[in-house]
Design a binder for this molecule. Sequence first.
Ligand code: NAD
Length: 339
Amino acid sequence: RKLGIALVGLGKYSEGELAPALEKTTNCRLAGIVTGSPDKADTWKKKYDLPDKNVYDYKNFDKIVDNPDIDIVYVVLPNSMHAEYTIRAAKAGKHVICEKPMAMNPEECQQMIDACKKANRQLSIGYRLHFEPHNREMMRLGQQEVFGKVNRIIAEDGQVQDDSTPWRLGGGIGGGGPLRDVGVYCLQGAIYTKGQIPIAVSAKLHPVTDPKKFSKVEEGVDFQLFFADGTTADCKASFNEKFNKLRAEAAKGWFELAPAYAYSGLKGKTSQGKMEIENVPQQAHQMDAFAECILKNQPTTVPGELGMRDVQLIEAIFEAARTGRKVSTKDVLQVMDKS
Ligand code: NAD
């Protein structure tokens, strides 16, 4: 049986990536939608042949508890709404995929984890790159020390942000900014390439070149991760410059992806030549993998705890930027992807 997924929030990512990906999945299907816009509801109902009973708005969403067609709720809302809708979905007895970054602070993350545990439902974060073969190759090369010990990592993700999603620039309900939005890929990339969690972080915000656009969130941030064995990761996230790279320098060579975090067209190289790896529909693989975990009653490799770890690290990076000091991460959960 294909598990039914309901997308909550029909914005850019749901429309452009997740709904098309759900047409390529084998273990799950688009079964419902949650939207505040009657126009969007009509368009999606027609396009994806959805029955009226599987279309919800933000007020009647909790009635999803009575709908056996929906097994998984996928929260694709602005970051500051992730906690509320994940908890409401868990209370309605649904498994949950929540987009990255998991929430606005570790306390919210903990409440989300607790709500899913209490409901005996699985919680997964939308970390699509764990199901993407170039990034999996970075994990293998780094964690298995195929080129010897990894000494230095460079992880950079930046895009020029327009104002089409005002919350990303801190408008409306807020919850945006480049560290939370794209910096999380750098954090993830550095950690899964090294296979360790950093023991400390330092950070410096970029100078503000566009004060009007960046009055509520940082324009960009440089941050450094320090690992126990002396390895460092130099990371950079920006909403006003374009870059997209994950590189590891090891004792006996190097390996890198550029672009590293895109939806498609990823390319990889090592000191021994090109990586011959195909691009795959990442989101389809991600959702199929989660559905399989539910069907087989196995834990997901990208659980809420992993999302919470990253939110804790993001807090430490903001603190380092604010104080100008190196900040220890000793209280950060020791959660790794063991897959
Ligand atoms: P978006 O602004 O295009 O979509 C958000 C949706 O939420 C819109 O449909 C909007 O109408 C709805 N919404 C409901 N209540 C709202 C409110 N009070 N204020 C604003 N919007 C409200 O954003 P998006 O780019 O689709 O991103 C949504 C989430 O998906 C974010 O958490 C983002 O980080 C994540 N995302 C993940 C990836 C990935 O590669 N994993 C890529 C893009 C976005």
